[in-house]
Design a protein around this ligand. Structure first.
Ligand SMILES: O=C(O)CCC(=O)C(=O)O
Length: 346
């Protein structure tokens, strides 16, 4: 009960701070539950029952109440009304082959685009489950900045390989190299070269590679990983993958594209990627959490979300039942150094 009132006053304070009216949540129930996860870990899960709908996070509450942080939304509106593409950007639209033009325009204006059906169900299954045969040892130490890799590791599909690298001993979790913990219950592992090949073929065939090189001529694939967000993983801090350093606002060339492809079913429970459209136009926004102008594209398995390195985004929490692990493919294509490489791969 004590916890209950703590969370009730917490959400009321939040709503007020964001400019919501007093009593906006009058008949709502705040539900606090302790959830158990494999390995004996427990976590408090707080949801907000409006009587008609269960909301799972504070930003969802804000969106439901239509709360607009006036300073931020004004700035976003200004950006939306006033997006003036640079000469370089206009040139990219004009020079795009017809079949790519709408992707190029949407990406430059909004900061992202979606390519449908990039990976076939067969390839997705191969990425997740392997081929049934262990590969040759695949990890070398080339380009590894943080931890040396163990040369004897074999790829047996993402599910088995990642899980084999996460050890639980009582309450202690150890994640073995080359898997990495990005946040609690969020891991990634680099894809071995022989598995990257078929994915790159699919990406090439679908036109994403053509798109990426059209946007970023000097770009190369810098990172290819499989990420896992387990039930219990919490919403990430909103962030960009690249930075504004060395980028001129007046010219705004694309130097970094992120590609995310779900390998498992995604919904509001497993979470997906939350993005702030048009945020890649503005270098000075910092308090992203306050924006109500967000999009959560719920992609089908095999679809690719391609977004700009400067677009503000975050991985949503996974509040699903213990079976719904969320796996996805992650790639960075860039002409600059990819900071993720230091953590995750070649
Ligand atoms: O979970 C996601 O969809 C995005 C992950 C992400 O942005 C990250 O790990 O940096």
């Amino acid at each position: 009960m004590e916890l209950q009132s703590k969370y009730e006053s917490d959400i009321e304070r939040y709503v007020k701070r964001m400019g919501g009216t007093e009593g906006a949540m009058k008949r709502w129930k705040v539900i606090v539950k302790r959830k158990e996860y494999p390995g004996g870990k427990t976590k408090l899960v707080v949801t907000y029952d409006t009587g008609k709908k269960i909301l799972r996070s504070k930003p969802e509450v804000a969106r439901h109440l239509g709360i607009v942080d006036s300073k931020k939304s004004e700035a976003i509106r200004e950006v939306s009304d006033e997006i003036k593409l640079s000469k370089w950007q206009m040139n990219r639209i004009v020079k795009a082959p017809t079949w790519l033009a709408s992707h190029v325009e949407h990406y430059l204006m909004q900061g992202y685009t979606i390519f449908k059906n990039v990976l076939t169900p067969e390839l997705v299954s191969k990425l997740l489950l392997g081929t049934g045969e262990a590969s040759e040892p695949f990890f070398d130490n080339t380009g590894r900045k943080l931890r040396a890799r163990d040369a004897t590791q074999c790829w047996q599909g993402a599910v088995q390989t990642i899980n084999a690298h996460i050890k639980h001993d009582g309450g202690t979790e150890t994640v073995l190299s080359p898997a990495t913990t990005r946040d609690t219950d969020r891991y990634d592992i680099p894809l071995p070269h022989q598995v990257c090949g078929p994915v790159l073929d699919a990406i090439t065939e679908n036109g994403i590679l053509k798109f990426a090189t059209h946007m970023c001529k000097q770009g190369k694939f810098k990172t290819q990983d499989i990420m896992l967000s387990k039930p219990g993983s919490v919403e990430q801090v909103a962030h960009t993958d690249s930075s504004w350093d060395d980028i001129s606002c007046t010219d705004s060339r694309v130097t970094y594209l992120t590609i995310l492809i779900p390998l498992t079913f995604q919904d509001v429970d497993t979470g997906g990627t939350r993005i702030w459209p048009r945020s890649h136009h503005v270098s000075e926004f910092t308090d992203w959490k306050k924006s109500v102008d967000v999009v959560e594209p719920m992609l089908s398995i095999g679809d690719a979300l391609v977004f700009d390195g400067l677009l503000v985004h975050c991985g949503m929490g996974n509040t699903s039942t213990s079976k719904s692990d969320r796996y996805f493919y992650y790639a960075a294509f860039s002409s600059s150094h990819d900071p993720n490489t230091e953590v995750t791969g070649v």
